[in-house]
Design a protein around this ligand. Structure first.
Ligand SMILES: [Zn+2]
Length: 276
């Protein structure tokens, strides 16, 4: 009996953490619309987590979940950084975000100038200026890099969906390495390949274990593979999905987040796999 237990225990442990050589490196929690929390071994970050409009189209963060996030309640506690893709109201609410940053002064905010400008209009914003990392980039500008305390961040500006209209919207793509894996969040990026081709060396420089990209990128049966190749992505979960999930998206059998509290494991071949 003891012999069987000795054999079974390593097998059970192994099956929890790896599958066909894949290891669980982190976890992604879905909040709503493009809101995602990424949890690594030591670090936790949020993308577009605090907003209050959905234009009757996209998923809001349910009130109960929002209270947990705003209240620093596990697993949404001890956040290291918040990333804002752009300042549209289905991604960003300056008042709630301001209160959050004021309450939790270890949390860093990385956001485009247009979002920071909205925060600056609020009385008392000077109390959070040390937490703010303002990104001011032009379309076509070379990627920029920031890092702090175990989080490496690369940022590029890609035009907002609907291009060539709305080029004034500062929409940022973040590639973030925390602990031993890399994630990418595309915000409301436009799909046109001409935005991505000039940045080919940026994409090829580092693979992303998991990317969160708008549902409009799922166009046909080949589109997922071509986006993976172009942007150097291992796995994709689509976000920014209408509440009534389009039949076309279901038919394509691509992965997507549409129900808050959904979870995805972020997997890889181990910590050395993607290092260059
Ligand atoms: Zn938008």
């Amino acid at each position: 009996m003891r012999f069987i237990i000795k054999i079974l225990i390593p097998f059970i442990l192994c099956s929890n953490n790896s599958f066909a050589g894949q290891y669980v490196l982190g976890t992604a929690y879905y909040l709503g619309n493009e809101g995602v929390m990424i949890v690594g071994k030591h670090k936790k970050i949020l993308f577009d987590p605090i907003f209050d409009k959905n234009y009757q189209r996209f998923t809001l963060v349910p009130e109960k979940l929002k209270l947990k996030v705003l209240g620093n309640i596990a697993p949404f506690n001890n956040i290291d950084a918040i990333f804002i893709s752009h300042s549209h109201a289905d991604h960003f609410d300056e008042k709630d975000l301001f209160s959050y940053l004021l309450k939790y002064q270890n949390v860093q905010l990385i956001a485009p100038k247009q979002a920071i400008d909205k925060l600056k209009l609020l009385p008392g914003y000077k109390k959070i200026t040390k937490q703010l990392h303002e990104i001011s980039m032009k379309i076509g500008e070379q990627p920029i890099e920031i890092s702090f305390d175990g989080v490496q961040i690369e940022v590029v500006r890609i035009p907002h969906v609907g291009w060539p209209k709305r080029t004034d919207v500062e929409n940022l793509v973040y590639r973030v390495t925390l602990d031993d894996f890399t994630v990418m969040h595309l915000g409301d990026s436009d799909i046109n390949p001409e935005h991505y081709l000039p940045l080919s060396s940026f994409w090829s420089k580092k693979a992303s274990h998991h990317a969160f990209i708008p549902g409009v990128f799922a166009v046909n049966t080949n589109s997922e593979q071509s986006v993976k190749e172009r942007l150097n992505l291992k796995r994709i979960t689509h976000i920014h999905i209408p509440m009534n999930v389009p039949d076309k998206l279901k038919e394509l059998k691509v992965d997507f987040f549409s129900i808050p509290n959904e979870i995805r494991e972020i997997t890889g071949m181990g910590s050395s796999e993607l290092k260059l």
